[in-house]
Design a protein around this ligand. Structure first.
Ligand code: ATP
Length: 643
């Protein structure tokens, strides 16, 4: 059975046949070399003085070409991947050109550009005494010209696949753009870079046409291995076959070692590789006097921000204030955070933190730490190195930074995972490390984008508690984007409700809970919210039906009726007595919230209503999906909020 199930589908003959022919076509020349090689003479051929000399020259030329390609191609790839500029498509075509140009045409072009009578040739000769044609440096230039595109294309692809949140987070932790490049970007695109470098080297090693046209064929000076093959073919074909075999083996070895890696994305790597050391080597830039020790430098930073663009709002907050930013999808929460970070052109923030106006400062100098939705832990660094990243960027000595980072990890309950890489952490553990990393960076404004979203209920409660404890001692302002009402109410001193980028409500949680200014906020907070028009003794509901209230508003006023789910009673039979709002309905859904049950009741006489009751009461009433029930709400339990 299982063999049947795992048997692969047979490919259609119409496709399989030409595909096999293609393989045979590509294989035939290689088989030709293998079968015609004089194996007995192979050693003698490959060790003849001419071949050894050409091999030496090939290695020298190809390694120089690789060096130049790295030096020029890496920044070019970065520019193409990261910077928007006019004529980018043209530059990209220019990069690709040597790949499609016949190499001899490339050689002619090089002669006309850098040759003795070319555009730059006389200047090079007059100023530096350099004559490229018939000189090894000319062979290097020719090889670089044809090989560098492989590096640029490979690396640009890898950079394009790298999510920007890693680099942006690194900047928010105080890292200069150059340091971000060396400590985050390069290590994360290392597979693409290595693959590109290997292809570039292999292409440079095999370069023939441009070299012979531009640099000539001088033994010991420009006669590389491919040129040797060409010469040998004329009077020693067996030796040419042997040298061809050598080049073939080298090319195949490179391709097999890469195994298609140049098309891979820079996913989380387990091995830090050689670039991890760059973290220590890269330059740093001081952000200001930051005495070590307490979180956020032990100072106090009130926030004043005026945001324009997609977001239009003003935000003022005292030091130590935690503000929950809530709103429907697309309300502009993330855009607001990115504006405060200086990371988006879609909104601009005039931002003052304490006495410092940071409006004109780049993200890495604002001391605004950010935890994006995905945490964006640097995959090539351990949890400890991630956490000490911000401190190291601010030139805190390595040992001090690591000790402080370890203390933060301990506080957030992940100290024992300090030496693990992010790929070895669960989603919740990674989120805690991301929090530790932001808090350890001594920020003056802390921005958390759904920081607890990846955590399970128990961990969430634990981390919420830890977060509250640390935020209590934090001298800056903290903005937390959240969709979780418990998080908003329990963590925040204020709830900022956004709608279309503007402030719909900015008030303490108790006020927002009691008087939510939109049905969406009310529902997010777990309350029933019915919009309508005030009448003599209540509300004419927009969705149809009437609601009797104790304290009516002036007739005609637009209002939102708020009913707490705990104020809704559920009955099997029509209740008699005081409640004046009574509706027949059907149970649509029963869900548990902590130790209580939420019952959604649909009715033809009123909008959907959520009631919260105990499991015992639900059992007593025999509540199941589809059960016919009555709901009632006392007039005194309805709060009207004017819109
Ligand atoms: N780079 C962008 N270019 C154009 N429009 C964008 C861009 N990023 C976001 N938007 C739009 O801006 C609006 C606000 O987006 P934002 O991501 O700030 O919303 P949000 O409140 O964070 O939403 P969510 O709760 O879904 O995360 C949305 O309408 C979104 O489609």
């Amino acid at each position: 059975m299982s063999r049947l199930r795992t048997r692969r589908a047979r490919p259609p003959v119409a496709l399989a046949l030409p595909a096999l022919l293609a393989v045979a076509f590509l294989l035939m020349p290689l088989v030709g070399i293998l079968t015609r090689t004089h194996w007995r003479d192979l050693g003698a051929h490959l060790t003849s003085p001419g071949v050894v000399e050409a091999l030496r020259l090939s290695l020298v030329v190809s390694l120089w070409a690789l060096g130049f390609s790295l030096l020029l191609g890496v920044p070019l790839a970065w520019l193409l991947a990261r910077v928007e500029f006019k004529g980018k498509a043209l530059v990209r075509s220019l990069v690709l050109l040597p790949m499609v140009l016949p190499p001899t045409v490339g050689g002619v072009a090089l002669l006309l550009g850098f040759g003795r009578r070319g555009l730059l040739g006389p200047w090079l000769e007059g100023t530096f005494g350099i004559t490229l044609p018939f000189h090894t440096s000319g062979a290097v230039i020719a090889a670089t010209f044809v090989a560098m595109p492989f590096l640029v294309i490979s690396l640009e692809g890898a950079l394009g696949g790298l999510r920007p949140s890693y680099e942006e987070t690194a900047a928010s932790l105080g890292s200069t753009p150059l340091r971000v490049f060396f400590t985050v970007t390069l290590p994360m695109v290392a597979p693409g870079l290595i693959a590109g470098a290997a292809l570039t080297w292999a292409r440079a090693l095999g370069e023939f046409g441009a070299t012979i046209t531009f640099a000539g064929n001088l033994p010991g000076t420009t006669q590389t291995l491919p040129l040797q093959v060409y010469l040998l073919l004329q009077d020693q074909p067996e030796a040419a076959t042997s040298v061809s075999l050598l080049l073939l083996v080298i090319a195949m070895a490179v391709l097999i070692a890469l195994r298609g890696r140049w098309t891979g994305t820079p996913a989380a790597r387990k091995d830090p590789g050689a670039f991890a050391v760059a973290e220590e080597a890269a330059g740093t830039e001081p952000v200001g006097p930051v005495p070590p020790g307490s979180p956020a430098d032990g100072g106090h930073w009130p926030l004043h921000a005026t945001v324009t663009g997609f977001n239009e709002l003003t935000l003022d907050a005292e030091p130590g204030t935690t503000i929950a930013v809530v709103g429907e999808n697309g309300a502009g929460k993330t855009t607001l955070l990115r504006a405060l970070l200086g990371l988006t052109p879609r909104a601009h923030a005039e931002l003052r933190l304490g006495d410092a106006d940071v409006t004109g400062l780049p993200p890495h100098r604002r001391q605004v730490a950010w935890v994006p939705q995905d945490g964006a832990l640097f995959p090539h660094l351990s949890a400890l190195a991630n956490t000490s990243y911000g401190l190291r960027a601010r030139r805190v000595p390595r040992a001090v930074a690591r000790a402080e980072a370890q203390a933060w990890l301990d506080r957030l309950g992940v100290g024992h995972l300090a030496h693990r890489k992010p790929a070895q952490l669960s989603g919740g553990q990674a989120q805690r490390v991301a929090l530790a990393r932001a808090l350890a960076a001594r920020p003056r404004l802390l921005l958390l984008d759904e920081p607890l979203a990846a955590l399970d209920q128990t961990t969430r409660a634990h981390v919420r508690h830890t977060l509250r404890t640390h935020l209590a001692g934090f001298g800056g302002v903290c903005l937390i984007v959240t969709h979780d009402p418990v998080e908003a109410v329990s963590l925040a001193d204020r709830v900022l409700v956004l709608s279309d980028g503007r402030t719909l409500q900015d008030a303490p949680p108790s006020e927002v809970t009691r008087h939510p200014r939109s049905p969406w906020v009310a529902r997010m907070l777990g309350r029933n919210a019915w919009p309508g028009t005030a009448s003599a003794d209540g509300l004419e509901l927009a969705a149809g039906g009437r609601l009797v209230v104790a304290e009516a508003l002036p007739a005609g006023a637009q209002a939102l009726a708020i009913i707490g789910p705990e104020a809704v009673s559920v009955h099997r039979d029509r209740p008699s007595g005081s409640p004046r709002n009574v509706w027949p309905g059907t149970v649509r859904e029963i869900t548990s919230v902590g130790s209580r049950l939420r019952v959604l009741v649909g009715s033809e006489q009123a909008p959907d209503l959520v009631a919260e009751i105990t499991p015992e009461a639900a059992a007593e009433l025999g509540l199941v999906d589809g059960a016919a029930v009555w709901t009632s709400v006392k007039a005194t339990e309805v709060t009207l909020v004017r819109l």
